[in-house]
Design a protein around this ligand. Structure first.
Ligand SMILES: Nc1ncnc2c1ncn2[C@@H]1O[C@H](COP(=O)(O)OP(=O)(O)O)[C@@H](O)[C@H]1O
Ligand SMILES: [Mg+2]
Length: 315
């Protein structure tokens, strides 16, 4: 999910930091320039959108072809409208209902309501018409959200432009017919350990904070994140975690010194629950013994979990 807490200022500051990915970018760049369709794959948070951003920004400067992009989490019609806007801005948007000279003089503000009123079919057709005969690269993010009903249009886009598609689900059977048409793949993997450390260093520079053992802390983040860049940034920005990690750290030191911790296991909780059920059932049946056994069991197990908690808190 792309729902990062908006209020987390530190997390936002980390957003522009990017490490690594130069190889993948070069690969993607070369394929796209050759006019090959490419599928960018990799799990959530691995950096597909970031990579597409870099490609888009890099290629926009070039004059020899057109480049368009569909951003995050859009519905199909919204995506098409977005493309129409970009094409209009570059002066190539065409629609058989409007004459070219009218389209050229119209601002997007004036045109937008007319475009939004079009059916998906009309709109998609106008995009294919606008792209026809031009060198164009179409960047399509979040393709895992595509639905089978859109497929015929994607087929047409594949025939008229070079598509760079990102998806976290390259083996989606419903989209197979489209995905099979794109043999070239750029797969994003987790960041390596040195890259993860580099990312953490850069984050620390933006928002420094005190932690008892920095190297240990970084290793812990690396272990938890498994090199997923989003996880690294989220973990670093989540200050509540410092306490957690620090308390784990203190515990690990203490257990080295022979202090043992006993987690209150779910077995104890379940036992408590069972006894309380026993007690209520006993009461319902008017069975005094069952009631007393249930109550006693509950008290004992509650007492036990309190003891464990207290024991764990003691230095
Ligand atoms: N190479 C990277 N270096 C640093 N941060 C990255 C890198 N790749 C991704 N991120 C961060 O991880 C988060 C998720 O990246 P995103 O591109 O949205 O992933 P995806 O599109 O694969 O789900 C973003 O906050 C982004 O800034
Ligand atoms: Mg993304």
């Amino acid at each position: 999910m792309d729902c990062q807490p908006q209020s987390n200022n530190t997390r936002e500051k980390y957003q522009p930091i990017v490490v690594g990915r130069s190889e993948e970018l070069a690969q993607l760049w070369e394929l796209a320039l050759k006019g090959r369709h490419v599928l960018v794959t990799g799990g959530a948070g691995i950096g597909k959108t970031v990579l597409l951003d870099m490609l888009y920004e890099g290629l926009r400067a070039r004059e020899d072809f057109y480049i368009f992009r569909v951003g995050d989490s859009r519905q199909f019609k919204a995506a098409l409208t977005e493309l129409a806007e970009q094409m209009h801005a570059q002066g190539i948007y065409q629609h058989r209902k409007f004459s070219e000279s009218v389209l050229r003089t119209m601002t997007w503000e004036k045109l937008a309501p007319k475009v939004r009123a079009l059916t998906v079919k009309d709109l998609a057709e106008s995009l294919v018409l606008s792209l026809a005969g031009r060198q164009a690269i179409l960047i399509w993010d979040q393709f895992e959200k595509a639905t089978p009903t859109e497929l015929s249009w994607h087929h047409q886009f594949l025939t008229t432009a070079t598509l760079v598609i990102a998806t976290s689900d390259p083996s989606n059977s419903k989209l197979k017919v489209i995905l099979d048409r794109i043999p070239a793949r750029v797969e994003l993997k987790e960041l390596s350990e040195p890259e993860s450390h580099e990312l953490m260093e850069e984050c620390f520079e933006i928002a420094p904070f005190a932690v008892s053992d920095l190297l240990w802390y970084k290793r812990e983040i690396w272990r938890k994140s498994q090199g997923n860049p989003r996880a690294i940034k989220d973990l670093l920005a989540d200050h509540s975690l410092e306490k957690y990690i620090d308390s784990q750290f203190i515990r690990s030191i203490q257990s080295d010194q022979g202090v043992r911790y006993f987690p209150i296991s779910w077995m104890v909780l379940i036992a408590t629950l069972l006894f309380s059920i026993h007690r209520y059932v006993g009461r319902g049946l008017g069975d005094r013994d069952a009631y007393i056994i249930g109550a006693a069991g509950m008290v004992i197990f509650l007492f036990l979990s309190l003891l464990v908690r207290k024991g764990n808190k003691a230095p």
